[in-house]
Design a protein around this ligand. Structure first.
Ligand code: PMP
Length: 407
């Protein structure tokens, strides 16, 4: 019965009824960004039409309403993540900004010459490069936890990689290329046993089952609105208050200050200390609608359905002669990277496109993952709860055509 519910929900997404090259769109690029339900579009339009005013600044009615919507959105995010306090919820422009914030503001205080930062081999460039910049600035060393041939992290190597010099561990909850779901709670437990905080890149994980930052005991959790049915340009950094309080501001500007003089500036309290400049308050309201929408479906129900789709797609794809799937970890989200033997991923992607099927090709901003396998890139189908078994069949049929054309 839950599956029937989800099929009905498909019509909440206006874009899914469009055609591409004369065929109904099959949107399998949800890892890059998800489509938006009508309620999110309506929130954004209503906000611009009826409320729009800058927040925290005006004495007037519109500004007051705008501010209330923005702070309500913060409460929606807090509840969604099950954070303790709204002061632990910082709005950013996305996952990348959230990670850069921590790499700078945490790094400035806690990372010094000779220290170490640990990431994993399956991180998105957004969870590698900010740490490299930090390490370069501070004279620290970046260390890497590898993954095995199935694309599962080699957790047995974690204890030896953590040293008295490790200042932070940064790890993705779900790999955007391999689909691997990492055992975050266990990683946190191991790191915490040595008093090392953990940043979780939740860009893909945020839409994989119910998220509870207190249960995960993550010190930081970053995600983007656009990957969970919300607007682009809005994201979240959750951070434990005890860390955020001790971190220096990242960007300076309006709203993040308490007092400014040329002699000395003092900073606003949390979370405003980390929100410089005019906030994306309409994006935040859109995100709140998206999270409420997703909660109303039920993250566990959506994920269970995506798991079924994944199982079906994996079985069907494996039946295609000469097709290799990259990422076969026991715990996987609905992301499938693959290659057809002897056919460049870009060629496969182009032909799928002509058949109305949207996939992503290339390195998916995870060059080390691609290098691990010694390949040029992959074709990636990333699914969402609004995708159907029939759409998977269309992909399989189209891949047979690709083989014919190049065979
Ligand atoms: N981390 C992961 C695992 C991702 O999949 C992405 C987006 N592809 C990011 C970080 C970066 O997210 P954004 O571009 O929204 O900042």
């Amino acid at each position: 019965p839950s599956t029937i519910n989800l099929i009905q929900r498909r019509s909440d997404f206006p874009i899914l009824s469009r055609e591409v090259f004369g065929r109904p769109l099959v949107y399998f690029d949800n890892g890059a960004t998800t489509q938006k339900p009508l309620c999110v579009l309506q929130t954004i339009e209503r906000f611009y039409r009826e409320i729009n005013a800058n927040i925290h600044r005006g004495v007037h009615k519109l500004s007051e309403e705008s501010t209330r919507e923005y702070e309500n959105a913060r409460e929606v995010v807090r509840k969604f993540l099950n954070a303790r306090k709204t002061s632990e919820i910082i709005f950013t422009s996305g996952t990348t900004a959230s990670i850069n914030l921590v790499a700078y503001s945490f790094g400035e205080v806690f990372v010094h010459q000779g220290d170490e930062v640990l990431v994993t081999e399956m991180e998105h460039h957004s969870n590698i490069v900010p740490w490299q910049l930090l390490c370069e600035r501070k004279g620290a060393t970046l260390k890497v936890l590898p993954f095995d041939s199935n694309g599962a992290l080699m957790l047995n190597k974690l204890p030896e990689l953590l040293t008295p010099k490790t200042r932070i561990v940064a790890v993705t909850q779900v790999s955007n290329t391999l689909g691997t779901v990492n055992p975050i709670a266990e990683i946190v437990r191991i790191a915490h046993s040595q008093n090392i905080p953990v940043l979780v890149d939740g860009a893909q994980g945020v839409k994989h089952g119910k998220i509870d930052v207190q249960q995960l005991d993550a010190d930081f959790y970053a995600f983007s609105g656009h990957k969970i049915y919300g607007p682009t340009g809005i994201g979240v950094l959750y951070g434990k208050e005890e860390w955020l309080e001790r971190m220096v501001p990242w960007q300076g500007g309006g709203d993040m200050i308490a007092t400014v003089s040329f002699a000395k500036t003092t900073f606003n309290e949390l979370p405003f200390k980390f929100e410089a400049g005019t906030a994306n308050y309409i994006g935040a309201a859109g995100l709140a609608t998206a999270l409420n929408y997703y909660s109303s479906i039920g993250p566990d129900i959506a994920t269970a359905y995506e798991d079924e789709l994944l199982k079906y797609a994996t079985t069907k794809l494996k039946e295609i002669d000469g097709l290799t799937i990259y990422g076969n970890a026991p715990e996987k989200a609905a992301i499938i990277s693959f290659l057809l033997n002897g056919i460049h991923p870009y060629d496969t992607g182009m032909i799928l496109n002509k058949m109305g099927i949207a996939v992503r090709t290339g390195n998916h901003c995870t060059q080390p993952v691609i290098d691990h396998f010694g390949i040029d890139g992959t074709v990636r189908a990333s699914l969402a709860f609004y995708n159907t078994f029939e759409e998977v069949d269309r992909l399989v049929e189209a891949l047979h055509k690709v083989k014919e054309m190049f065979g």
